[in-house]
Write a new protein. Structure first.
Lengths: 225, 507
């Protein structure tokens, strides 16, 4: 029963919460959307934190996602498996180091400490636990890149098709199960934290014109007048 | 021809006394909030000096503005992919230490101190951390060179001058400076707008207002990617560390829209500031910003259109610019200074953002040295009169410095400006003191490329003009703009006093 609540119901609650509150915040409190960069207050340590963290976690998330979308491409010969597992571990370590720097910086630098909200602390703690668990799963339950395809992938697919099949994962070790719950906790945290900056990543900068001119009156109506 | 209107400005540096009244007026209205303490949308710098933030003109350090690479303009900061790659860490971003850490004093300690032998003191505490700090810098820390030779010596603009000129400038008895008030230039080709990546769906966190050319930030769209701070070569976009939004000079647009001069203009004690509309051809922005360094000033003059030319007027009307706006452009004092008389120059045009704030450079004091125990003006005649005509050659601040500051190194342009300013001075002295022979006056007018009428007009507008002649406030007709989008009556109920949103920090 508890398993069903945690893996059959909670994911939906988390996703609905993320969308509903996120959209509500977008329309009612858009001004609060920000990445809240603190680089202006401290620059040197941030480099060793922000860069490995962001690039590391992006690569890791991408690996999780790609395995979900193209599971067949992920089934590889054992020789390559070593490479995959080692690079996964290395990435997790890279990300952890970055996150460690970010956390220490927030604790150590008085200026940055000052601009850290309660939700920031909750978020960074959750992320730390989650990435740590991911690292330990990779370390202690080897060949995760393979068993992921036969446990988590069908489970996530069943979630996406609104027919949660929790039997794929309930027998997994508790560490792995906690890692899955952690993922949904982070999704639920999205609209309540600065994580919202992720959904506003400015891809359109790649093609938009450099200069932006905004008219208070539409130019067409002005021209015709 | 795509004619647009631009609210533009002229600052007459000969009249600036460096009193900082402008800065204080601005601070009281706009930046007296948490996170904005260090922001000086208007600041007054001592030049030669390092400025605010320190060494802002050094683009090897801050990477602001545009770069010309084989006739193509690109941001000095980074390309488009670079912007997204550097979004987690912007290597060229200044930190608060390049400005100063804002502070206050524990004034209550003056009253609460227990009785003792020592005077109680109010300790300075940081406005960021609330902890006691040692003050290492502050607003106008280098005001009047701050008692140090270092500020003038480290001025990035001095790289245009020769070793000897720099040496002369640093000799104590020749030490000289002038003031440079700075606000946002509301550029035609702004680097900040181009550098701002924000807007996953619709860009415009930073934008230029079409009707009047004021460059603004929308806090609803700003996501603190902070590229604007780097992109602006003048460092006139500031990052609010408390709200995670960038802020900048808004040219007091709420005041302009209701017919008032911006606060810093209104309060100016020396009546340094002029404001008016310029009409320009928006189709030529890229071409103008891409010319060679030495041609930049001329190109910028050329993009500004004659508001009396009937073709320009027709094109402006076709673009929806109202008759009242065209009338305002015809009366603009900025047009006279910049285009008609050609004595106002843009600040550091080599950044290629086409700044729309122009400066009349200060008349240079002549060189004087101590000789035989008394102060002697170089080149003074038998009567001891100041050498008016040769004051350019005998200037204490080298012309190369002024050329570096206002003409991207083009000495000829700056010299022309100075010849005309000197001619006006000689002409008016001859008129009022009557101690200069007519032949010398004529000689000065010819070398200044000006006439008696023009010299008189320059004098009149510079020294004798009224408030209305200083500030020709454009009819922005915001109320009419509103009519096209919402019912004015509804808008009236929405605007004014009512609920105001405070930026809440939500993680």
């Amino acid at each position: 029963m508890l398993d069903f609540v945690l893996f059959g119901i909670f994911p939906y609650v988390a996703i609905i919460l993320a969308f509903a509150v996120g959209i509500y915040r977008y329309f009612n409190d858009r001004i609060s959307y920000s990445s809240f960069s603190s680089q202006f207050l401290e620059k040197n340590t941030l480099f060793w934190g922000s860069v490995p963290w962001h690039y590391g976690i992006l690569a890791i998330l991408l690996a999780h996602l790609l395995a979900l979308i193209f599971p067949s491409a992920w089934m590889i010969v054992p020789d390559h498996l070593y490479v995959l597992e080692v690079s996964g571990l290395a990435l997790a370590l890279f990300t952890l180091v970055g996150l460690g720097f970010l956390l220490l910086r927030r604790l150590d630098n008085a200026r940055v400490f000052r601009v850290t909200s309660v939700m920031d602390w909750i978020l960074v703690a959750t992320l730390l636990v989650q990435v740590d668990m991911g690292f330990m799963v990779a370390l202690f339950y080897r060949w995760g890149s393979q068993w992921y395809l036969y446990t988590a992938v069908p489970y996530l697919v069943s979630l996406l098709s609104f027919d949660p099949q929790i039997q794929y994962i309930v027998t997994l070790p508790w560490l792995v199960k906690l890692h899955i719950i952690g993922g949904f906790v982070i999704i639920a945290l999205f609209p309540f934290t600065r994580l919202m900056h992720l959904v506003t990543f400015p891809f359109s900068y790649l093609w938009r014109p450099y200069q932006v001119v905004i008219w208070n009156r539409s130019r067409q109506s002005k021209r015709s007048k | 021809m795509d004619i647009r209107a631009q609210v533009s400005m002229v600052f007459h540096l000969d009249k600036c006394i460096g009193c900082h009244t402008c800065s204080v007026a601005c601070k009281n209205i706009w930046t007296d909030r948490k996170g904005t303490e260090y922001m000086w949308w208007n600041n007054v710098e001592t030049k030669p000096g390092t400025g605010y933030p320190t060494l802002w003109q050094d683009q090897d350090k801050y990477k602001g503005g545009w770069e010309k690479k084989e006739d193509k303009l690109s941001l000095k900061l980074q390309g488009r992919i670079g912007a997204l790659a550097n979004i987690f860490f912007n290597p060229s971003l200044p930190t608060i230490d390049d400005y100063y850490e804002p502070w206050t004093y524990r004034y209550e300690e003056l009253f609460n101190a227990p009785p003792g032998d020592d005077q109680p003191t109010a300790r300075p505490v940081s406005l960021i951390t609330s902890r006691p700090i040692d003050i290492e810098a502050g607003p106008n820390w280098d005001d009047d060179l701050g008692g140090s030779q270092l500020y003038a010596k480290n001025d990035p603009v001095l790289k245009n001058s020769t070793e000897e000129e720099r040496h002369l400038l640093n000799e104590v008895e020749r030490n000289v400076f002038f003031y440079l008030p700075r606000i946002c230039n509301h550029c035609l080709n702004p680097g900040c707008v181009a550098a701002c990546p924000a807007g996953a769906v619709n860009p415009g966190a930073m934008y230029k207002r079409g009707e009047d050319g004021i460059v603004l930030i929308s806090p609803e769209k700003c996501r603190a990617w902070r590229m604007c701070v780097s992109g602006c070569p003048y460092k006139k976009v500031y990052y609010n560390w408390a709200t995670g939004k960038s802020e900048k000079c808004i040219l007091c647009y709420p005041r302009l829209e209701s017919g008032h001069a911006p606060a810093c203009f209104h309060v100016c004690v020396g009546r340094v500031r002029f404001l008016g509309i310029l009409l320009y051809d928006a189709d030529r922005i890229q071409e103008t910003a891409s010319v060679n360094d030495t041609d930049l000033v001329e190109a910028q003059r050329a993009i500004i259109q004659d508001p009396f030319d009937f073709q320009v007027i027709a094109a402006a009307k076709a673009n929806g610019i109202s008759d009242a706006m065209i009338d305002s452009a015809q009366k603009s004092p900025v047009y006279k200074f910049v285009k008609q008389w050609k004595i106002a120059l843009p600040l550091s045009p080599q950044f290629r953002t086409l700044p729309m704030l122009f400066y009349v450079p200060p008349l240079l004091p002549v060189l004087a040295t101590m000789k035989n125990g008394h102060y002697e003006v170089a080149g003074a005649g038998e009567k001891g009169m100041i050498p008016l005509l040769t004051s350019l050659e005998q200037a204490r601040i080298p012309l190369s410095y002024m050329a570096g500051l206002f003409a991207a190194g083009n000495k000829k342009i700056v010299e022309e400006v100075y010849r005309k300013l000197i001619a006006v001075r000689i002409y008016m002295r001859a008129k009022s003191v009557m101690d200069i022979p007519a032949s010398e006056v004529q000689q000065a007018l010819v070398s200044g490329g000006t006439t008696e009428e023009e010299a008189l007009a320059i004098f009149q507008l510079t020294s004798r003009s009224t408030f209305e002649e200083h500030f020709v406030i454009p009819p922005l007709a915001r109320e009419m703009n509103i009519e096209t989008t919402v019912d004015p009556d509804t808008h009236k109920q929405d605007a004014g006093f009512g609920f105001r949103k405070i930026i809440k920090r939500r993680g």
